[in-house]
Ligand binder design. Structure first.
Ligand code: NAD
Length: 264
């Protein structure tokens, strides 16, 4: 195969369906010649992920629930046996109780805080630790974050706190793994209508707001996120680690929208 990722082996975690950001990244990576492995969470998603993988000529699909350490262990044991190494991984996994993705952050329950942090933040660290020994020749690890880590966005609540911790963990992991030539980065994607996003209160309004107020006057697609992810997971990004790359039509640079101001 030819392409940016020819001869590279990558693990993609977090495909739920053909709207998943992980799927946009997988499609771009496959187009660039990568060999891919996928994980899915639970049997209900298996029947969606297997045909998607097959559609890009991939038959390497495994279950993985990141709340179960044994399930994470077996993914990396399997990759070690089948491939003997790994060049990149994509972590596109997050969870928070829908009931708390609306209303006030101050009302977050301890149980939901713990679970959101475990799945949306700690799991990336847990995966990184297991992937490290497979990246003996260096590698690239990528996770997905959102602007709600940096600024308060309506209803994002505990996910914003978890993403802030995730972005900090990207920096700590970059320093830990840098000496092994393993790079660790995040893409901060603009809002996209996915299964996970449908749990966020008023999400349609947030999408419209971003479309109207971003410099590019449009929302991003999973293919746009996929294309930018290629830069971080391929040799094009070999000088980049600990970075959060915004793929958000420029929304994060806007302080205030220009309007025809009234006389005051
Ligand atoms: P999605 O619903 O397609 O993907 C979320 C994935 O997380 C699913 O595949 C789900 O199975 C997985 N997951 C949840 N709990 C898990 C567990 N315990 N074990 C294993 N997997 C588990 O939605 P998406 O929007 O593509 O989300 C992917 C990533 O992108 C998330 O980190 C999300 O926060 C992030 N993100 C999304 C947006 C957006 O607007 N959609 C914007 C910025 C960042």
């Amino acid at each position: 195969p030819s392409g940016l990722l020819a001869g590279k082996r990558g693990l993609v975690m977090g495909v739920a369906n053909d709207r998943s950001i992980a799927w946009g990244i997988a499609r771009a990576a496959a187009r660039e010649g990568a060999d891919l492995a996928f994980t899915y969470q639970g049997d209900a998603l298996k029947k969606r992920v297997v045909p998607l993988a097959e559609s890009i000529g991939c038959d390497y699909v495994m279950p993985c629930d990141v709340t179960d350490p044994a399930s994470m262990d077996s993914v990396f044991e399997d990759i070690s046996g089948r491939w003997g190494g790994l060049d990149f991984l994509v972590h596109a996994i997050a969870y928070a109780d829908k009931d708390e993705l609306k209303g006030r952050y101050v009302d977050t329950s301890l149980e939901n805080f713990r679970r959101s942090m475990q799945i949306s933040c700690y799991s990336f660290t847990a995966i990184a630790r297991r992937a490290e020994p497979l990246m003996a020749d260096g590698g690239s690890m990528l996770t997905l974050t959102y602007y709600g880590a940096e600024r308060v966005m309506p209803h994002y609540n505990v996910m914003g706190v978890a993403k802030a911790a995730l972005e900090a963990s990207v920096r700590y992991l970059a320093v830990d793994l840098g000496p092994k030539n393993i790079r660790v980065n995040a893409v901060s994607a603009g809002p996209i209508k996915t299964l996970a996003a449908s749990g966020i209160g008023d999400f349609r309004y947030i999408l419209k707001w971003n479309e109207l107020n971003s410099p590019l006057k449009r929302n991003v697609t999973i293919d746009q996120v996929g294309n930018s992810a290629l830069y971080l997971i391929s040799h094009l990004g070999e000088g980049v680690t600990g970075e959060v790359l915004h793929v958000d039509s420029g929304y994060h640079v806007v302080g205030m929208k220009a309007v025809d101001a009234p006389d005051i």
